[in-house]
Design a protein around this ligand. Structure first.
Ligand SMILES: Cc1cc2nc3c(=O)[nH]c(=O)nc-3n(C[C@H](O)[C@H](O)[C@H](O)COP(=O)(O)O)c2cc1C
Length: 350
């Protein structure tokens, strides 16, 4: 239907106005290729990948689809400009940024025709980015999985749509066709979905971890800053309850121990960890405590998302876990969402 061919489709060349979000440890080449083949914008989550892993993931996606896909970049990665060069060389069409990118980075990508979509949390951020020439922004409401703000999508989204002269993509709590139409009604040009894609057949998250997500109700997630100093929505588990109820200094000691004990999981050397930590300290003005906690997060995520250890790691997830009860293929998911959206549109016509 014409209403579903939005500015997001025109900007990125996809069939449906839906982005599979670039989730760290989850959005590998396999998921991104499957999502793109299903007609939405598949994304590689590069935040937790080394340069080589990103290069391999891009090669995998290019081998498995001819459709457009994106890379979700951490703007504060020490090698972000090399990653941008790689994307340009490999012809990646879209760059999505987890944190606000620098003007220089946007310019570099835009000069080579890469569509740039940063995530933002307030109108004033979007205004500055609009001046730098970004193509659209992602706005994530508080019900989202992962790092999140406190304002619900239904309140944040209309503020941003009304406040900036850029196409806005809605994130946080979207999982079906009705939600897609709701987002379009607010003036968004599409939705960015994380938790829903984590629970697809092509997501390589271990089956026992997917089963944990499926068990949860909408009230079984919690937002805590104890993981890395920033509000982060995760599934509620014994490990998380323990962390939340731990005094801050003990949390930091645990985080430090974890970081060194588990660094093998991330294949990071101590040198890499220090390099990344110093870049984060420089870019965010973190306290040492926040820094140690922040460096620890990818490791805790990998424990579950890669190793399947639900007891020792964290599971980022949005409140919509409570309404998701299936693990479809990306193809089945797109068919379900688009037919649901079209049914709503038809019902409007009377
Ligand atoms: C497991 C997980 C990992 C995530 N990792 C990232 C990331 O690396 N970069 C990013 O920009 N957003 C990340 N997010 C947030 C998603 O991009 C997305 O905005 C969010 O999941 C939307 O809310 P939903 O979960 O309700 O769909 C992550 C979310 C989840 C659930």
């Amino acid at each position: 239907m014409k209403a579903l061919n939005t500015k997001l489709c025109q900007l990125t060349g996809v069939e449906y106005p839906i982005i599979q979000s670039g989730m760290g440890w989850v959005a590998n080449g396999q998921l991104a290729a499957a999502a793109s083949n299903a007609g939405c914008l598949g994304s590689i989550g590069a935040a937790t990948m080394s340069y080589k892993e990103l290069a391999d993931a891009i090669a995998y996606v290019k081998d498995h689809t001819t459709k457009p896909f994106s890379v979700n970049l951490r703007s504060d990665s020490p090698d972000v400009f090399e990653r941008a060069d790689l994307m340009i060389k490999e012809g990646v069409k879209v760059a999505i940024f987890a944190l606000a990118p620098s003007e220089k980075l946007v310019k570099k990508l835009k000069d080579e025709g890469v569509v740039c979509i940063p995530s933002i949390g307030a109108v004033r951020h979007a205004e500055k980015l609009a001046g730098w020439g970004v193509d659209a922004v992602i706005v994530q409401g508080g019900e989202a999985g992962g790092h999140t703000g406190g304002i619900a999508t239904t309140v944040l989204l209309p503020q941003i749509v009304g406040g900036v002269d850029l196409p806005v993509i809605a994130a946080g709590g979207f999982f079906d066709g009705k939600g897609l139409i709701a987002a379009l009604s607010y003036g968004a040009v599409g939705v960015n979905m994380g938790t829903r894609f984590l629970l697809t057949a092509e997501s390589s998250v271990p089956a026992n971890v997917k089963a944990e997500y499926l068990k949860k109700t909408a009230g079984d997630t919690v937002v805590t800053s104890m993981i890395d100093g920033h509000p982060h929505r995760v599934l509620r588990t014994e490990f998380i309850d323990d962390l939340v109820n731990t005094p801050a200094w003990q949390g930091m000691a645990k985080a430090l121990l974890n970081a060194f004990r588990l660094k093998g999981t991330t294949k990071m050397t101590v040198r890499d960890m220090l390099k990344q930590a110093l870049a984060m300290k420089r870019n965010h003005d973190y306290s040492w405590m926040q820094l140690i906690m922040a460096a620890n997060t990818p490791i805790l995520l990998a424990k579950t998302m890669v190793d399947g250890e639900v007891e020792h790691g964290i599971m980022s997830g949005g409140q919509c876990v409570g309404v998701i009860d299936s693990v479809p293929t990306c193809d089945e998911l797109m068919t379900e969402i688009i037919s649901g959206a079209e049914a709503v549109l038809r019902s409007f016509q009377g």
